[in-house]
Design a protein around this ligand. Structure first.
Ligand code: GUN
Length: 313
């Protein structure tokens, strides 16, 4: 078996086209969607991510604010900045790029973001809503993974999914999104015993380790016909790669994401989608439906993705 490629580039393009249309619609109603990004310090990878988020927002007609702060910026000052962004009516989405410098407590900062502007889906409010199947704003990378499953009509019900990651950004939100689809979910991490044996049982593997010295997903760990989603980015001899020994695993899997061009482009596309959703909520219509608990995901989604291969739900 040779796996079919899951093209995050194609799916992200589809999502972005829908976001662009939703932005135009909002503008015609007098709402100018606006995303504020905050970057503390000079980590080159984080700067690249934020640059790409800013660039994509502009391409889609979303207004942006770009706050670049010195690595020495204090926690209290950062809290003040978040509060100012919370109370600015022109801003619909706030993204504080992670990781933050060590002297700043990430939970304190993320917890200060207004849930209505939490386009990263990382506040405790958003996490709780996600657990209850009621979230409007969901973490971008896991949402992007779910969008890929849906686009390619990859069913999850009753399937054994193994996630290698337990972070708030990826592993934990994925658990709730997958349970919502009736998958059976196992979360593995650095202390998991006999990881290869668990992986060999999996119908779907979602790997997000990002350190090829510590872990490589090799073909012997993959069941024939499995779906392999590689969320990681690392470098091998200067070349961008994921966790997966791609060429060998492709000979066994049914579906596989490449790196680059797999999950990566989805994260930014979903951030744009969340920004438009937050801007729509600011208009009041969706917010009311949301508060009444009547808003099902599809009804609240202002830029629902086209699914040429069926709904997959
Ligand atoms: N750092 C790596 N991924 C992310 C993300 O999705 N959101 C934020 N805020 N920081 C990140």
């Amino acid at each position: 078996m040779v796996a079919q490629i899951i093209s995050g580039l194609a799916v992200a393009q589809d999502v972005k086209e829908r976001v662009k249309m939703a932005v135009e619609e909002l503008k015609s109603q007098g709402v100018m969607p606006c995303l504020a990004t905050v970057l503390v310090g000079d980590d080159p990878a984080s700067a690249t991510y934020v640059n790409n988020k800013q660039k994509t927002a502009k391409e889609l007609g979303i207004a942006t604010r770009d706050h670049r702060l010195a690595a020495t910026f204090g926690q209290d000052e950062l809290l003040e900045m978040v509060k100012l962004l919370n109370s600015d009516p022109e801003i619909h989405g706030i993204l504080v790029q992670l990781p933050l410098p060590k002297h700043i407590d990430e939970f304190t900062i993320i917890n200060a973001i207004s849930p209505l502007k939490d386009v990263d889906g990382l506040t405790p409010y958003s996490a709780g809503m996600l657990q209850n199947g009621m979230a409007l704003l969901k973490p971008c990378t896991p949402s992007g993974v779910m969008e890929l499953f849906d686009y390619y009509n990859i069913t999850l019900e009753g399937r054994d999914v193994v996630i290698i990651n337990r972070s708030n950004l990826v592993g934990k939100p994925l658990v709730f999104m997958l349970l919502e689809r009736n998958a059976t979910v196992t979360v593995c991490h650095s202390k998991t015993k006999d990881l290869p044996a668990r992986l060999r049982q999996a119908d779907v593997i979602i790997t997000a380790v990002g350190n090829r010295q510590r872990f490589t997903l090799t073909a012997d760990m993959v069941k024939e016909g499995a779906v392999v989603i590689d969320v990681a980015t690392s470098r091998i001899n200067g070349k961008l790669a994921g966790d997966c020994d791609f060429d060998a695993v492709r000979q066994k899997a049914a579906w596989i994401t490449p790196v680059p061009g797999g999950v990566g482009p989805m994260t930014i596309a979903m951030l744009m989608k969340n920004t438009v959703a937050a801007a729509s909520v600011s208009r009041g219509i969706s917010a009311e439906r949301h508060a009444q608990g009547k808003a099902k995901d599809t009804a609240r989604d202002p830029c629902k993705t086209r699914r040429p291969f069926g709904t997959g739900r």
